[in-house]
Design a protein around this ligand. Structure first.
Ligand code: FE
Ligand code: CA
Length: 524
C-alpha cells in the first residue's frame, strides 16, 4: 500500500473537514509549517484535561483534547489567537507505524478544544493517538474502531452516569480501566451545576452555579482534573449524552428549574453556554457542535451487524415536566395529554425510522431517564416518578406500539439518572406485566452521586413486591459492564462498597443474562 500518498491526501481532506475553513491570518500553506515549528506562541503544558476519543465508526473515530494550561482561568491560560495543533494516529503505542497525521487549529471561541474526525481507518482495530501544540506533546490515548457491517461477534462495553465530584472518588473508573472494553457509554450527569457542598469529601474550586461559558468551562475543568476519569477517557472511545445537570437541574426544553427566577431568554443564554462547554469537553463529531442554544446530540452508531446504539436526547425537546411536579406521586391526568412528548416530533420519527431500518441483533437505546413503568408507591396506591418516561405515557406508548408491531432486533434500554441500579422489563401495556414483554432495561447506578450507598434502596422491597416486571435493585456505586454476542447479552453490575475514601475494591454484585429475542433477563 502506498502509505505516503494516502497520508498526503488524508491530511488535506481531514484538515478541511475538521476546521471547516480558514480564518484570517492563517492560510493552508502557512499552517502546517507553523505547527511543525511548534507554533508561534509560548504557553505552558496545555494537556491538563487529558485526551479522549469518541463516537467510533468502522472507518473513523473522533480524537479530542483541549489546550488549557490553566483550565480554571477564563481563556484557559492560552493566548487569545487560534493555535495550530498536530495530531498523529498510529497502529502501535510507540508510534513506529503512523497511520495518518495532520494539522488543525484550536480556536479560542471553542475554548481551544480540538476535535479531529480521523477518517480512513481500518475496522475493528486498536489505534493510538497524540497531539503536539506549542512544542508540547500530549499524553498518548488509545482508541478502537467499530467493526464493519456483518463483521462482529462480540462487543464489550461499560455504561455509567452521574459523577457528582464532591460526593466521592471515581474509584469505579479506576476499576473500569482494568477491563477489556471496546467502548464506554456515558448516560448523563457528567457534572453537576449546583453550588458545591463545602463539606464534601473532596474540594471543588467552583463556588457559585455556572451561568457563562467560562463558568461551565471551569466546572468541567474541575471534574476532568480527576486522574481516574482522564485515564478511562484515554483508554476507550466514549459515546456520550447528557441529562439535566450539564445545564440546570430538572430543565426541560426552554424551561429552567426555577422559571420564576429566570426568564426564557436568560435560560436560553445559559443553555447555550452549557451546550458550548459540553461540546468543548466531549469527543463529539462536528455535527454535535453547539449552535447557539441548540445541540444535535441524538445520533446512531452501529457496531457491525451485532448492535446499533440509538443515542437519545430526552431533555432538549421534552414537554414541560412540571404539570404534576418533579417528585413521585399518584397518577396525574395532565400526563395523559396525547401531545406530550419526551423526544420531540423529529427525534420520535428518527427513532422509529432507525429501529425500522436497523438489521442489528440488538438495538440499544442509550438514554437518560427510566423507560419502563414502575409503581413506586409505598402503600396501596399506584405512584410513579413524575419526571421520567412514566410522566410521558402517551409518548412511551408510541414507541412500545411500534416495537409490538415491527419487532425490531431485541431492544435494550440502558439508562442513567436514578443513582441506583435496576433491572426491569417494558411490556406492550406497561402497567400489565401479563402483556407482551418488548424491551429489556438496565438502569445503571452512579459513579459517585448519592455517596457510599447501601445494599438496597430503602423503598426497593415494596417496589420489587409490587412490580413483577422489576427484577433487581442495588444502591451501590459503580457501573455496568456488558458482554454482547449474537445470541447472548450479559450485564455485570460492578460495584464499589464506598466512594468517600479512595481505594475501594470492586466486585460483581449481580449478572443478568438476556437471550436474544426474549426481553426478560435472568439472574446468572
Ligand atoms: Fe444524577
Ligand atoms: Ca439527572
Amino acid at each position: 500500500m502506498h502509505r505516503k500518498e494516502t497520508h498526503r491526501r488524508f491530511d488535506r481532506r481531514s484538515f478541511l473537514a475538521t476546521t471547516g475553513g480558514i480564518a484570517a491570518g492563517a492560510t493552508l500553506s502557512t499552517l502546517p509549517r507553523l505547527a511543525r515549528a511548534g507554533g508561534s506562541a509560548k504557553f505552558a503544558w496545555p494537556y491538563t484535561l487529558g485526551v479522549a476519543s469518541g463516537d467510533p465508526l468502522s472507518d473513523a473515530v473522533v480524537i479530542w483534547t483541549r489546550l488549557a494550561p490553566a483550565p480554571q482561568d477564563p481563556g484557559g491560560g492560552m493566548p487569545s489567537e487560534p493555535q495550530p495543533v498536530c495530531w498523529e494516529v498510529a497502529r502501535d503505542e510507540h508510534f513506529h507505524r503512523i497511520e495518518c497525521s495532520g494539522e488543525t487549529l484550536a480556536w479560542p471561541e471553542q475554548g481551544h478544544s480540538v476535535h479531529v474526525d480521523v477518517r480512513g481507518l481500518d475496522a475493528a482495530r486498536t489505534y493510538w493517538y497524540r497531539f503536539t501544540a506549542g512544542g508540547h506533546q500530549s499524553p498518548i490515548g488509545r482508541t478502537r474502531t467499530a467493526p464493519r457491517a456483518h463483521h462482529a461477534d462480540r462487543l464489550r462495553f461499560a455504561f455509567a452516569s452521574c459523577q457528582h465530584f464532591e460526593t466521592g472518588y471515581y474509584t469505579a473508573y479506576q476499576h473500569m480501566a482494568e477491563e477489556d472494553l471496546d467502548l464506554v457509554v456515558f448516560l448523563g450527569d457528567y457534572m453537576y451545576e449546583g453550588v458545591p457542598n463545602p463539606n464534601g469529601v473532596r474540594s471543588h474550586t467552583g463556588l457559585a452555579e455556572p451561568l457563562s461559558v467560562d463558568d461551565y468551562r471551569a466546572r468541567y475543568a474541575n471534574y476532568r482534573s480527576d486522574q481516574h476519569l482522564q485515564r478511562a477517557h484515554a483508554l476507550f472511545p466514549w459515546i456520550v449524552t447528557f441529562d439535566d445537570h450539564e445545564v440546570d437541574n430538572n430543565w426541560s426544553a426552554d424551561i429552567p428549574q426555577d422559571p420564576d427566577l429566570q426568564s426564557t431568554e436568560a435560560f436560553l443564554a445559559r443553555r447555550a453556554a452549557a451546550f458550548q462547554a459540553y461540546y468543548e469537553h466531549m469527543p463529539l463529531r462536528r455535527f454535535s457542535r453547539a449552535q447557539g442554544s441548540s445541540i444535535q446530540l441524538y445520533r446512531r452508531l452501529g457496531y457491525g451487524g451485532l448492535a446499533k446504539f440509538h443515542v437519545l436526547d430526552t431533555r432538549q425537546f421534552r414537554s414541560v415536566t412540571t404539570p404534576c411536579g418533579y417528585g413521585n406521586g399518584p397518577d396525574c391526568p395532565a400526563q395523559l395529554d396525547p401531545t406530550r412528548t419526551m423526544l420531540g416530533d423529529e427525534q420520535d420519527a428518527w427513532l422509529l425510522d432507525g429501529l425500522h431500518r436497523s438489521r442489528a441483533r440488538w438495538n440499544i437505546l442509550a438514554q437518560q431517564v427510566p423507560f419502563g413503568f414502575v409503581d413506586v408507591g409505598q402503600g396501596e396506591q399506584v405512584e410513579t416518578r413524575h419526571d421520567k418516561w412514566d410522566a410521558y405515557p402517551t409518548a412511551r406508548q408510541r414507541v412500545l406500539d411500534f416495537m409490538l408491531e415491527q419487532r425490531p432486533g431485541h431492544p435494550v434500554v440502558i439508562t442513567g439518572d436514578l443513582h441506583n441500579a435496576w433491572v426491569q422489563v417494558a411490556h406492550a401495556d406497561p402497567r400489565d406485566p401479563e402483556s407482551t414483554p418488548l424491551a429489556s432495561e438496565f438502569v445503571g447506578t452512579s459513579i459517585t452521586s448519592g455517596g457510599d450507598g447501601t445494599d438496597q434502596t430503602a423503598t426497593a422491597p415494596v417496589v420489587l413486591a409490587k412490580n413483577p416486571q422489576v427484577l433487581f435493585n442495588s444502591n451501590r456505586r459503580g457501573y455496568v459492564s456488558c458482554l454482547v454476542t449474537p445470541e447472548l447479552w450479559r450485564s455485570d453490575f460492578r460495584a464499589v462498597p464506598y466512594v468517600s475514601t479512595e481505594g475501594a475494591p470492586v466486585s460483581t454484585i449481580a449478572s443478568y443474562v438476556l437471550e436474544n429475542g426474549n426481553p426478560v433477563p435472568y439472574l446468572d
